[in-house]
Design a protein around this ligand. Sequence first.
Ligand SMILES: Cc1cc2nc3c(=O)[nH]c(=O)nc-3n(C[C@H](O)[C@H](O)[C@H](O)COP(=O)(O)OP(=O)(O)OC[C@H]3O[C@@H](n4cnc5c(N)ncnc54)[C@H](O)[C@@H]3O)c2cc1C
Length: 671
Amino acid sequence: MSTLDSKVPGGPIKDKWTDYKNHIDLVNPANKRNIDIIVVGTGLAGGSAAATLAELGYNVKAFAYQDSPRRAHSIAAQGGINAAKNYQGDGDSTYRLFYDTVKGGDYRSREANVYRLAEVSANIIDQCVAQGVPFARDYGGLLDNRSFGGVLVSRTFYAKGQTGQQLLLGAYSAMNRQIARGKIEMFNRHEMLDVVKVDGKARGIIARNLVTGEIERHSAHAVVIASGGYGNVYFLSTNAMGSNATAAWKIHKKGAHFANPCYTQIHPTCIPRSGDYQSKLTLMSESLRNDGRIWVPKHMDDVMAIREGRKKPTDLSEDARDYYLERRYPAFGNLVPRDVASRAAKERCDAGYGVNGTGEAVYLDFKSAINRYGKEQAKITGITNPSEAKIYELGQAIVEAKYGNLFQMYEKIVDENPYETPMMIYPATHYTMGGVWVDYNLMTSVDGLYCIGEANFSDHGANRLGASALMQGLADGYFVLPYTIGDYLSNEIRTGKISTETKEFDAAEKEVTDRINFFVNNKGSKSVDYFHKRLGKVMWDKVGMARNEKGLKEAMAEIKAIREEFWKEVKVPGEASEMNPELEKAGRVADFLELGELFAKDALMREESCGGHFREESVELDGEQKGEAKRNDNDYAFVAAWEYKGEPADAVLHKEELEFKDIELKQRSYK
Ligand SMILES: Cc1cc2nc3c(=O)[nH]c(=O)nc-3n(C[C@H](O)[C@H](O)[C@H](O)COP(=O)(O)OP(=O)(O)OC[C@H]3O[C@@H](n4cnc5c(N)ncnc54)[C@H](O)[C@@H]3O)c2cc1C
């Protein structure tokens, strides 16, 4: 085991980034024109990076497996994006955003990176407003904010429930300008299947044209991976169906360490699973917890009556309801961080209080909010003694203006009107804090190979606060990578064009082609989804919201067995030389089957509970925090970066010790 060099610059935390930028090497404009950069992924992270690098003058080749950058998974982001603008005058500051993020991540992130993130957060909003992103505005025309979990201020900028879509349109417009100038060459419907290293440096990729099946070689002076998260290792998640880990996993196999794979975020407010044939879960944005109150019935006979259809939730009086988050966490109430809210829902459902047929659902209720807003509106509009119906009508209009599209989506999926009956929600896999290890420059453990956005191990430690992923992806792409990559590329100005006719490209292409040929020729008996579902079940049952030593050991063995069966029995119809979605899936599931085992290994090694990783053996036994997650700072205040050694079980651990100089390590309490 070795220790890792994070390359965090010296000096006071508030000056680090500025001093660093002042002293790094730059590439002059004429030389930038001779330098090529590959960006894999054009979601918010990759799209913003590609646009900015091209604007700076580099030649960018951008890759995405969708038919347009506009379809990246980032489009799904609903609730908003954080920034320390303090527009509300409620005490926000760079330090407070930094503090909340480190605390929210359960003190498992790198201080210097998080401070930089908080620092550049304000620039992101200015950048996006300049691009025309239609953020919500208040009555006076100023940008509006709302609150997300784990914080005591309102710092979340939003565009109704479509923030990701609007931000992505901004990044996409910026990209399009560069595509039109010829500075970005866009390769839609191309999947990167390997990275090519020459003399230890990343020098290109092998990609498959997903329409024709053709295998292509692309070279560059540096490669940036912005391929998103790996939540679909659970099969069911809120991620887009296509989201996958292949790019990140391939670079891991070529030397990039993979950090903290066990840190997954299970989001508390998703539409519950309805049955065994489901392939996708749907998120109900965290913004709903600003106004929705979460509860289950207090009494078991009410639970049974609801499950059997003899009672409706609206039949239960206030004192028959257990608003368990407000009861357990009075300071933060329904706005506790996601990991805390998810575990609390699981605790109630495990205790038998879950509603709906599966017993895996709790209520998210807007009645109080509708009432409150209705009364306020009646006052504002001068209606004296308004009827209950009038209050309801006025209140519903306000809730609709804030969350209308989310309510509509819920009604379409569940066929119940959430204005009239509480929504049902349950936790689901949503986001992965783990990912490719990167240093302060966002460079992986391979020279010239960078990783940004959700694909890297990120600034969120063991748990991400809501609305912080968009902030991190755009900070990486617009404001961090464009500087740090220049420092590396300043040594590449004499390199010249990189040939793809070399033995390294030959070998990488052969590896890719052999694997594709194996899949189409295997003629097994089971579909790719059959294996993916089995993997997902092991992950959810044994590496899900709560983990223990026995379950994790079983999970590692079971995933290995599924993987071995996959390579014997997988059946991929169709040909390699055509559009073949089953072939695409096969490659991705093969990678998930390796990543899943490393994930369980990482969770097994981390014998503490922290953030999204809850070890049943590590729980507070006494005092106010009884029953809550117990962190172990003495032994586990490090980033676990795994080096590939063949079988996932053989991966070697490298530790990056985390130093906390500007924030005192405390027990995370939201009581
Ligand atoms: C339903 C939902 C709602 C969310 N809401 C919020 C929110 O309100 N606020 C917030 O901060 N965060 C939110 N998040 C999280 C946030 O949306 C994501 O973390 C973020 O958008 C990820 O951006 P990205 O650019 O890193 O990756 P993505 O948007 O996933 O983009 C990945 C890109 O990589 C490409 N790609 C992947 N693999 C390959 C390959 N092998 N070859 C070529 N191209 C490849 C894809 O084509 C795509 O262009 C939400 C997430 C979900 C699931």
